[in-house]
Design a protein around this ligand. Structure first.
Ligand SMILES: [Fe+2]
Ligand SMILES: [Fe+2]
Length: 390
């Protein structure tokens, strides 16, 4: 089975990528063409758009190129660091008779020997190297010959290279829209994905992520939380834009596969004893880790609001209180006593937090579920604050 593998950050995918993929696809009769956006490295945030957004843009840009194109989410969802050899091993395990052709740029010929497990990479795929329509430069041909002596299989593909780059788009996107297709441009514009205004970019990106990653019910809940958080933020003169970003991200891991949820919760650096945390609180910690690593959010107020939205904590800041209350009291929530708590939330955040925590803890106990120690500490924290203010 002949597989064509085309990997890249695709941040965003542009017409140059499409041109290369079309030429590569015409090189042979491939049974499958796999486009694979790279995962977001956890140690260095060098992509502007999160993996899930880049995956969506890649689906939009490449899916119609041929009927056998598949856009793979593998590099963004496996829990190990991405290396090409691991991707090849993964494809070999998926397709036992796989004969893999991998698209690379001619510049990669000069670094291939230093890739992790380079020998394995060279032996287990054929590199389809893109060269310009003019003659191959001597040093490229010489380098290819050297690598072939080391066991690499290298083929050159002549293609019309459209000389654009994603970084060029990110710099000039607003004035040079021809670099990307109209469909990708519409997504970029609607969600301000590369806006120079950081707040607009984060808010737009968070909204698209909520739409892509959550089921419909959870998405509507998220928009309702955003709405009430903004309303409360206005009342208490808080940073409404921060509240909107936190609200859009607070449940972003709610529909994530269990292994990813647990992995991110453990990585959040806040749960020392993850076994002690009730399962229903983990998605907040995982969401904060997602916000930090995928969107590059470093703002502690946003991260804490996302983390503590299910259980609360001692020492909560106003932004956290608002997200906790908006999550509990938003439009679609329906329970006895809600109207009272909502009116309290619009008068005094501490009183509303104390009453809401009491209500939640009573509910958890009535169901026979484990009571979270952070919630108990939060209750005592607000009890003491209210007593001091009397
Ligand atoms: Fe939640
Ligand atoms: Fe929620």
């Amino acid at each position: 089975m002949k597989i064509l593998l085309f990997g890249g950050a695709f941040d965003p995918p542009h017409r140059g990528h499409i041109s290369i993929l079309k030429s590569a696809a015409a090189y042979d009769n491939f049974d499958k063409i796999i486009v694979m956006p790279t995962g977001t490295p956890t140690h260095k945030k060098n992509c502007t758009a999160p993996f899930d957004v880049r995956l969506y843009m890649a689906q939009t840009a490449f899916a119609d190129i041929a009927s056998n194109v598949e856009i793979s989410n593998w590099e963004g969802t496996n829990l190990q660091e991405d290396y090409t050899y691991r991707t090849l091993q993964h494809l070999q395990s998926e397709y036992s008779d796989a004969e893999i052709y991998m698209v690379i740029g001619s510049d990669s010929l000069f670094t291939l020997h230093s890739w992790k497990n380079a020998e394995f990479v060279m032996k287990n795929c054929t590199a389809l190297v893109f060269a310009r329509e003019d003659e191959l430069e001597d040093d490229i041909a010489q380098r290819a010959a050297e690598l072939e002596k080391m066991g690499a299989k290298i083929r050159f593909v002549k293609a019309e290279i459209i000389n654009v780059s994603s970084s060029q788009f990110r710099r000039e996107g607003e004035i040079n829209a021809d670099i990307i297709t109209d469909e990708v441009q519409n997504i970029v514009d609607e969600y301000s994905l590369y806006s120079a205004d950081e707040t607009a970019r984060l808010k737009g990106t968070a909204k698209l992520l909520a739409k892509l990653l959550l089921d419909e019910k959870r998405y509507i809940h998220t928009l309702n939380v955003e709405k009430l958080a903004a309303e409360l933020g206005e009342i208490y003169s808080l940073d409404v834009e921060k509240l909107r970003i936190a609200a859009l991200l607070h449940d972003i891991m709610k529909n994530a596969p269990k292994d990813i949820l647990l992995h991110r919760a453990k990585q959040s650096g806040i749960i020392n004893k993850i076994e002690d945390k009730p399962k229903q609180t983990l998605h907040g910690f995982a969401a904060a880790h997602y916000a930090k690593t995928e969107l590059g959010i470093d703002d502690d107020e946003i991260l804490w609001a996302v983390k503590s939205h299910t259980c609360g904590r001692s020492g909560m800041q106003d932004i956290e209180k608002v997200i906790y209350l908006a999550d509990m009291l938003c439009e679609e929530r329906c329970f006895e006593g809600k109207d009272y708590l909502l009116s309290l939330a619009k008068q005094n955040l501490d009183k509303a937090m104390f009453a809401s925590l009491e209500h939640s803890l009573a509910f958890v106990k009535s169901k026979g579920n484990t009571v979270d120690t952070d919630s108990l500490e939060a209750l005592e924290y607000f009890r003491a604050r209210l007593a001091r203010n009397l």
